[in-house]
Design a protein around this ligand. Structure first.
Ligand SMILES: [Zn+2]
Length: 375
């Protein structure tokens, strides 16, 4: 499923290829998020013209709406959403803990109220595999037990044990009901911000034999130092030859930290979410078009960018569209921001191939952070 092509001799970064049913994916990769199907504001052909090879969708959301009957009738999500490249689905573990009201973790699964209509549901690890089989996910994720930042060691142990038990049940059910040539299932390492628990969770999850391993429960409000430290500690206990996916992480700085620790896959709503708020990623940092200084700016969103939006439109014009509440404004900034991420990852892969990722990181962040309004 995964082959490592080259390694950066100066850090732990590697370039690889994920061999998946809907095409090869060059890693490190950033996966745009299409929670309900589409990456917000995009048509599938627009993602393809910027070489997006895999997108992320969400099993929890699709299960609640439109529901599995609709997806099944449509023949799976690829066909339903008009996307013939790869789809990774998150199991919904994170959403179950962050979105749903009144969730109760039981030994065998989780009971929760829908955040949409309040209806009561019960999901087991096996049911979550069934949902993702119906969706037709190229990569499905196990149901895991997330903990909030700042959870006690004791609570984190309980969640870790549940995560491991559920991961085994997911793998058992997957082996019985899914074709591993068509779909893959990844395990998720938890353990909050505790070194001993990260090590234990990594060992327990890796033992189950998943073809890829994800790291969950990071970038949930912890400091930059703790984030880098826990990431380093966790990846140290993961097998070299399997793809590693850092869930929910996707700012440029965090991607660099991840890649340097040997992470291969990322996803985040960040570039599209901030885009809809007029926030634009540029090599000179993040800018907000609502700012008065761009009222007469004849420059493109990013003078260094060669995307369709930057080659045709000015900051002044797109600022005007935001002011006038034209939805095209969100389309333009979203398009540029995903393009920006695609180029960033492409440059990262090139730098890895030339053994100069740490240099590229320093140069990039120096310039990116030099301006105001950064993240
Ligand atoms: Zn652009």
């Amino acid at each position: 499923v995964f082959s490592i092509q080259e390694k950066d001799a100066t850090c732990r970064a590697r370039n690889g290829i994920l061999h998946l049913p809907h095409g090869d994916v060059s890693t490190p990769v950033f996966m745009p998020v299409g929670t309900n199907g589409p990456v917000k504001t995009f048509m599938p052909y627009e993602l393809k013209e910027m070489d997006v090879e895999i997108m992320l969708s969400n099993a929890y959301h699709l299960y609640l709406r439109p529901g599995m009957e609709v997806i099944e009738k449509a023949g799976g999500l690829h066909r339903f959403a008009g996307w013939d490249r790869n789809i990774l689905t998150d199991s919904g573990g994170f959403q179950l803990f962050s979105l749903s009201k009144l969730n109760t973790v039981l030994h065998d699964g989780i009971e929760f109220n829908s955040h949409i209509d309040g209806s009561r549901h019960y999901l087991t690890p096996a049911a979550v595999v069934d949902i993702q089989r119906t969706i037709g996910s190229d990569i499905m994720m196990v149901l895991d037990h997330c903990t909030a930042a700042g959870s006690s060691h004791k609570d984190s142990v309980t969640a870790l044990e549940t995560t491991t038990r559920w991961a085994r049940e997911s793998m058992d059910h997957f082996s019985r009901t899914c074709d591993p040539a068509i779909q893959k299932i990844f395990g998720i390492v938890q353990g909050n911000m505790y070194h001993d628990l990260r090590k234990r969770s990594a060992e327990e999850i890796c033992e189950i034999g998943f073809p890829g391993i994800a790291i969950g429960g990071l970038s949930v409000g912890e400091s930059r130092e703790i984030f880098a430290e826990i990431l380093e500690e966790t990846t140290r206990h993961l097998p070299e030859e399997k793809p590693r996916y850092l869930m929910g992480v996707g700012t440029p700085r965090d991607i660099f930290t991840g890649v340097e620790s040997g992470i291969d896959m990322f996803d985040c709503v960040f570039p599209t979410r901030v885009a809809r708020n007029a926030s634009v990623l540029t090599l000179d940092g993040r800018i907000n078009l609502r700012n008065e200084q761009f009222r007469f700016s004849d420059e493109p969103l990013d003078p260094n960018c060669d995307c369709h939006v930057c080659s045709q439109f000015s900051r002044s014009y797109i600022r005007h569209l935001f002011k006038a509440k034209e939805i095209t404004a969100c389309r333009m900034t979203s398009y540029h921001n995903i393009w920006f991420m695609q180029k960033l990852l492409e440059n990262i892969r090139t730098a890895i191939g030339e053994n100069r990722l740490p240099h590229y990181k320093t140069d990039f962040l120096k310039r990116y952070n030099a301006s105001t309004g950064r993240i």
